[in-house]
Design a protein around this ligand. Sequence first.
Ligand code: DGL
Length: 277
Amino acid sequence: MKTIGVFDSGFGGLTVLRELLPLIPDTRFVYLGDTARLPYGSKSHETIARYAISSAKFLADQGAELLVIACNTATALALEDIRTALPLPVVGVVEPGAQAALVAAEKSPQGIAGSHVLVLATTATTQSGAYSRTLHQLGLRVTEKACPLLVPLVEEGWLDQPAHMAVTLEVLRLYLLEALEQAPEANILLLGCTHYPLLKPLIETTLKTLHHPMQIIDSAAATASAVAASIPGATPIAEGSPGCVFYATDSIEKFQRLGSAFLNQTLPSVELVDLGG
Ligand code: DGL
């Protein structure tokens, strides 16, 4: 395996790339953030599939031999469309995230039978029912909650400055309160959007305030492990960042600035690409 393409509607997929880098050595990563057409999470299946296929084709043209759809919305609505359109192995985030929730349920005091997974995701992801189908097949109870305000808050970086953080915490509190009214017994919280790992500390704080502890599952790490497992001979390395090339379809300045927070390291350079509308 020489080149892996990683695709997201924007920056969120960098949380998956962050997990992939130390796991898969000797690999060139090509990342595309389709920032001009973000958000995917409020769009229709047809539009999401069209955007996702054109983005996937771009990565294939850059030499990707395996594609990681590091976007929950594109995975939930267009994984099969992408697989049909391209003769490449394609890994999405929903199945690995669900498998990680299953492992958490197995290890929980409630066990699989007593566990209930609460999935936070975009509107399109929740409407697709992809997480519910996958988790039900694994024998887990599930409630999905659409949280459309969370992606803009993360995109604006409203995560640490006290006044901004207070707004984000209040939004999280309202979403979690509503979700827990529907699923008061939920014990596992699955972050079904690649933007949400950046909210993890604030989600933990909110759960404490609500006196409702839950185990938080982040599909980014689970997806990276699934990709590594699919590549024979890939052995974990402690440190090191093999070659990465970054493309974005909108402002490369913003991509570099925000992307560094998602990747947890400075982005070297980003190239602008036009994939049309
Ligand atoms: N990357 C998308 C996801 O994981 C969130 C951003 C968007 O709506 O495009 O669902």
